[in-house]
Design a protein around this ligand. Structure first.
Ligand code: UD1
Length: 411
């Protein structure tokens, strides 16, 4: 396995570390079979000891508000484990810093590699970690390899799993994330859905209804908490663009960037768009590597390194248009009321199309360009935000856990 860990990705010493007492033997479902299902009573841990697992950039944004909410509740004690799937300062440490996350108690430093190597590396490290600390609950978020690895290990150790952002489905098994979602959900004991389609999908897959909770969107908790701070970043001046006078593009899905010819034509399409308005393109490391391999130049785009959370939030807030293949950006633009063109054939987040600013435009560069030009001419539609995307999803998650494990630990 290729291990690439940037040791300079240190985290501010001022950040708090988490401190959870280890109480071996109180945590596992194996130790107390009656506590396997949410809502049943079993052994009596006094404080709910959870281990939150993060690995990749979107995980940090989703887990940050839950950790913050847990920190404010005396009956929660969270240990934080970073698998190290993302390790560059701009993909990892900057998020811990800006989102005021605690320093991870441990970093497994799995680094980059094939899917099998990355998943296996995370599983081996997590097996040791979870066997040693035996939490009452493992918290995972989203659909990255680290998420699935954690769900597999925890489930086999008999530790309850809570999945944040459960039930999202693209129904496209070519996406590695779809496998991760399916596996994680089937192994989870608490499934926290961000939108109604998540609940519908889980029920259709036979997940018992009592395990499913529609709680809203934790990414929006983070967005709301940091939006004002993002306004002070000065990123627009730094990049030389003015409010509502530019587009932002992001591309990182294997389906868009791994085939050289397709990536080339996507960049050409963005270059063509930049004749109409400046296009800022923060380049994901996977995309940068592919562009270098294919000898693709900047073509008049404003290229940047991946931006930190605050700068990127500011940049998208003030954009005239966003073009992306990311999942989370579809949701953020819906709340920011910025038109979003999703350069994919499908989305696992249909509410952003039904009730938001998102439009699926496929992967044909000609169609994408036409859709972008049409959007520049059209008025933006303003709709109320989806239900429960209100900045309080993390609180609802912890309420559910408190209620469902009710009275089994100290208030
Ligand atoms: C991963 C997730 C994807 C998520 C994305 C957000 C999986 C299967 N995919 O994709 O769902 O949308 O994160 O970014 O888990 N690299 C660096 N520095 C880093 C991390 C990666 O340079 O800190 C480079 C490496 O060359 C690596 C490549 O980016 O091989 C891809 O990273 P990887 O974590 O495998 O997948 P992502 O494409 O980032």
């Amino acid at each position: 396995m290729q291990r690439r860990v940037d040791q300079s990705a240190t985290i501010s010493a001022a950040q708090l570390s988490t401190h959870c007492p280890d109480i071996p033997g109180t945590a596992s479902r194996g130790a107390d079979e009656s506590s396997r299902q949410p809502g049943t009573r079993g052994a009596t841990p006094r404080v709910l000891r959870c281990t939150a697992i993060v690995g990749a950039r979107p995980n940090f944004v989703k887990m940050a508000p839950i950790l913050e909410e847990a920190r404010l509740r005396p009956n929660f004690c969270c240990r934080l484990v970073h698998t190290g799937q993302h390790y560059s300062p701009e993909m990892s440490a900057s998020f811990f810093d800006e989102l005021e996350m605690p320093t991870p108690d441990v970093n497994l430093e799995i680094g980059s590699g094939s899917h099998a190597a990355q998943t296996a590396g995370a599983m081996l490290g997590l097996e040791t970690e979870l066997s040693e600390h035996r939490p009452d609950l493992v918290l995972v978020a989203g659909d990255v390899n680290s998420t699935m690895a954690a769900a597999l290990v925890a489930s086999k150790l008999g530790i309850r799993v809570a999945h944040v952002e459960a039930g999202l489905r693209s129904f496209d098994r070519r996406m590695p994330e779809e496998t991760n979602r399916l596996v994680t959900d089937v192994l989870s004991d608490y499934l926290f859905a961000s939108e109604p389609s998540g609940v519908t999908n889980l029920i259709a897959e036979g997940i018992p209804q009592e395990k499913i909770f529609l709680v809203g969107n934790v990414m929006i908790d983070t967005l709301m908490r940091f939006r004002d701070r993002a306004a002070h970043t000065g990123v627009l001046d730094r990049l030389g663009v003015r409010s509502k006078g530019y587009a932002v593009a992001t591309l990182h899905r294997p389906s868009n960037v791994d085939a050289m010819e397709h990536l080339s034509s996507m960049v050409e399409m963005l270059a063509e768009l930049s004749r109409h308005l400046p296009v800022v393109f923060p380049v994901h490391p996977r995309t940068r590597e592919r562009m270098q391999d294919a000898g693709i130049a900047d073509c008049g785009l404003i290229l940047t390194e991946p931006l930190g959370y605050l700068e990127f939030l500011r940049l998208t807030s003030e954009a005239r248009l966003v073009l992306t293949d990311s999942g989370g950006i579809q949701e953020e633009t819906t709340i920011l009321q910025v038109p979003c063109l999703t350069m994919r054939e499908n989305t696992e987040r249909p509410i952003t199309v039904e009730q938001g600013t998102n439009r699926l435009v496929g992967m044909d560069p000609k169609n994408i360009l036409q859709a972008a030009l049409d959007t520049l001419d059209a008025p933006t539609r303003f709709l109320p935000p989806p239900a429960l995307w209100d900045g309080k999803a993390s609180g609802r998650i912890l309420d559910v856990l408190e209620r469902s494990l009710g009275g089994r630990y100290r208030r």
